[in-house]
Design a binder for this molecule. Sequence first.
Ligand code: R5P
Length: 270
Amino acid sequence: MDWGMKNRLARIIRPKTKRTVMLAVDHGYFLGPISKLEDPRATIAPLLPHADAIMLTRGVLRTSVDALSSTPVVLRVSGGNSIVGKDLSNEGITVAMRDAIRLNVAAVALSVYVGSEHEHQTLLNLAKLVDEGEEYGIPVLAVTAVGKELEKRDARYLSLSCRIAAELGAHFVKTYYCEDFEKVVKSCPVPLVIAGGPKLDTEFDALNIAHNAIERGAAGVDMGRNIWQSSNPIGMIKAIRAIVHENVSAKEAYKLLEKSKKPKELARSS
Ligand code: R5P
């Protein structure tokens, strides 16, 4: 791997632990102003110092993130779809590599929709992006998207998607946690990070998923809703960090989260 590519990846996946806590706030690119991300700056600012990298679109980066921030940026460069449109898989590349470089990104991210109507198009998007990434030393994160079909998230399907993404040259892959997740990890030759998915019933559930994924070989998380839709987003990202970088159990991480609650929140939850 060339120096620039290696250096950028090392800014995201910390060399000391070989893991990362990425904060995902790119949801608006097809979901619009979803709950707790209506004002991106207000959501992002307090969490930014606790993230190893932030994943977002260029619009939110330019309007809602301080340019003096040193948190590495993973720029979403695919889109062209919306939650109310016909087909979520109908994505194209939305940002020129030149603009990504101008924004000093550490990596670019794009979704692939294996098994969908637009499988071919999204996989060729990935291959094109990898060609450009290789040319300029910019790592590519492939996101194995499932659209609205959340039931697709089993080890067989995710192994297929992750492997295809890696074969096409993705430098790291974002996928979902699933039963037999270790099979997905084993058959993917590049680091895997997991998304959190829609907000789970309890914070413990989200910590448990993060812990299980790490234990089964994930290189970290790229989590959004289960952090910033929590009633205690900072406590939540710190608890996730403890799991990812300090190997604490989900129970220990939950204790840390409870300890970090402000007295007012404790009164509300009792
Ligand atoms: C998908 O819409 C986005 O790429 C998100 O970055 C990804 O799903 C991770 O966020 P969450 O943990 O909220 O699922």
